[in-house]
Write a new protein. Sequence first.
Length: 413
Amino acid sequence: MTGSGGLWEMTQRIVILGNGIAGVAAGREFQRRLRAKDSVSVSVLGASDQYVFKPLLPDALNYHAATKPMATIFPSNGGKAPVQFKKVIVQGISLDPAKKEVQTSEGPVPFDSLVIALGSKSAYYNIKRADSHTIPLEEPVHLHRMQAMILGQLAAAAQKNTPAEQVPLLRFVIVGAGATGVELAFELRQFLDKAIAKRYPQKIKIQPEIKIIESTNDILPGFSAQEKAYVKQLLKRAGIQILYQSSVTEVTEAHGVTIIDKTHPDSKPTEVKPGGEPIWVAGVKANPLVASLSVEKFPHNQRVKVNPFLELPNRPDIYVIGDAAAAVDPNTQQVLPAMGQVAEQQGAYVARDMLNKWRHQSRNPFSFQNKGVMLSVGPQNGMVRLLDGWLLKGYIGSLFRKWLYRYKMNVGG
Ligand SMILES: Cc1cc2nc3c(=O)[nH]c(=O)nc-3n(C[C@H](O)[C@H](O)[C@H](O)COP(=O)(O)OP(=O)(O)OC[C@H]3O[C@@H](n4cnc5c(N)ncnc54)[C@H](O)[C@@H]3O)c2cc1C
């Protein structure tokens, strides 16, 4: 806290780490609620000058931009706007109450209150070469890598004279049959169909293989049996094969994915060999910077345990939200999943809670409102389950999902 006098004469320095869904939602809520008389400065610190709305990343393989410039969300107004965005890399966080500051690529940033919203990274479960020899999907740059890999495979296949020679070059492998893996598989099919029709209509006559490797015996955790059955039908129609109960044991130097069949643990490992690099979307764990903090975390994914107000226990000046946090839903007693709608609601909540706290107004613990789920299952196909039990499928579902995600990215709320 800086300055002197009563609470509202002093300037509260609120620093939000991360400009993803949770950090941007927190900044937007401050933007909406801060009044001119509030002596509060809010800084959002993030590594990129673009807001990446991750739920639209799979779609961006084909058409839809998944980013929005940060400057349009938090215009600086010559440094006068109440919420300022700064493009910096956060390098360290000092939680010491005597030295409350964040180390960044542009020097230290002191704070009175801190919101840690640094998100998550792909989880590789110590599987050999999974981190170095596969392509994850965390940022737009990974889509560019994917596109380059796919186009490279198509060009190589077009040089071959026979389908038998083309088949191994046109095999694509995705590890993980959760929502991201399934959405990406449909987008990949569309990308391949379009690229072949445009570039090699005479030279490539076979349908490229798409295989999803999945360690459990089902797809889409969190979806109903009816929804899964619908999606499986569409996957089959799109020629996308799922290898169930297949645990990846290593990724080879030549980008092969070695798997063991969990139903026959004594059987020999086999290799699934894609033409190019495999794509890895097999789960997430907290950002390494968050994982390095000396606070209580869940060992398997390093998400930080927070109290019902999303604060670090005994540290009312520090909140952790979004994928970095493991908040327990009071209604189910389960840890809330790493999902966009959780991150967005937590971001808006912390801004409101901080203002309530400082204005000496009553506070309520965070309560998650599940609004339903959405999934893209091909260019013209979406599946949307709204909370009151409505299931929108097909083109209407696809339109609704795209509209809602783009609204959330552009406007928030
Ligand atoms: C491909 C994909 C598809 C998804 N689809 C869906 C979906 O359909 N529905 C759904 O509900 N959820 C979906 N999710 C999950 C959802 O996107 C996340 O739960 C959500 O983004 C978490 O928000 P967050 O703010 O905690 O983290 P993020 O949105 O990841 O934001 C973290 C931010 O911190 C920044 N950052 C990280 N480290 C540093 C650093 N050292 N210095 C500065 N800045 C840093 C990052 O650049 C990023 O902007 C998807 C995730 C992925 C990857």
